[in-house]
Design a protein around this ligand. Structure first.
Ligand code: ADP
Ligand code: ADP
Length: 228
């Protein structure tokens, strides 16, 4: 489903942000991407979403080799990976439903079908009564849920989110995480970058820890009974 093989990433002539990263994430996993600020968490997510290209190595997502993707094929990948970046990029002068409709405009779906789908997406994140509200009038948690609705409206197999609970209080953060868990339960592979170890431990089944020059994968930890 997601496979990295000896992936390196640097920006321009800069140092390697990620160096020699190899892992495989199976369909339906829920992965916590941990690490200090600037470690490369966003970079890792952007590589998976096809928003950045690796400097070296091979990345496979849903059977597609990303380093070989043409500019023409890229939008199709974007549809199979729902992306929620730190800056949600919501359009504040449009209504909630218009924001969710945006990713559907390129699909050529008939208007009424697209609207029904956008409504269903708003419904899944609990914003069915905010359809006509512009994001500016929504709370932080509601804006985050709107960003999730926009990310899942194309029914992606993979959902990646960069610090989706960063500016939220504990209860709101939990509500956001349970929205992700709901999608994960129906099979959506989920990767979330966060700083909140305690919160993520409640939801994730696997953790990647990125530190400058280091990558740890909880799936590679030796089981305790093999210790001498
Ligand atoms: P994190 O999400 O863990 O905070 P990032 O992936 O955002 O880390 O950033 C990792 C490093 O890469 C940082 O040093 C950051 O300044 C650098 N970086 C990120 N994006 C770019 C870019 N577009 N151009 C140059 N450097 C970048
Ligand atoms: P460390 O050796 O510092 O504990 P780990 O790789 O074990 O680093 O884990 C990094 C962080 O991710 C830890 O703070 C831990 O609480 C959390 N963590 C570890 N395993 C999981 C998991 N399966 N699901 C969610 N979070 C986890």
């Amino acid at each position: 489903m997601i496979e990295f093989q000896h992936v390196f990433k640097s920006y321009g002539q800069g140092r390697n942000i990620l160096a020699d990263i190899t892992f495989r994430v199976a369909a339906g996993e829920f992965v916590y991407v941990a690490g200090p600020s600037g470690a490369g968490k966003s970079t890792l997510l952007k590589l998976i979403g096809g928003l950045e290209a690796p400097s070296r190595g091979s990345i496979q997502v849903n059977g597609q080799r990303l380093e070989q993707l043409s500019a023409r094929a890229r939008p199709y990948l974007r549809r199979s990976v729902g992306v929620i970046l730190q800056d949600t990029h919501l359009l504040y002068d449009r209504s909630a439903i218009e924001n969710v409709l945006l990713p559907l405009t390129v699909t050529g779906l008939p208007n009424d079908v697209a609207r029904a789908r956008a409504r269903a997406a708003l419904d899944k994140v609990g914003l069915n009564n905010k359809e006509n509200t512009p994001p500016i009038e929504l709370s932080g948690g509601e804006q985050q849920r709107l960003a999730i609705a926009r990310a899942i409206v194309n029914r992606p197999a993979i959902l990646i989110a960069d610090e989706p609970t960063a500016s939220l209080d504990k209860d709101t953060a939990r509500r956001i995480m349970s929205v992700f868990k709901d999608f994960n339960r129906v099979g959506v592979t989920t990767l979330i970058a966060s700083h909140d170890d305690d919160l993520m431990a409640e939801y994730a089944t696997r953790a990647f820890k990125i530190e400058p020059g280091k990558f740890a994968d909880s799936a590679n930890r030796r089981p305790a009974h093999t210790e001498p």
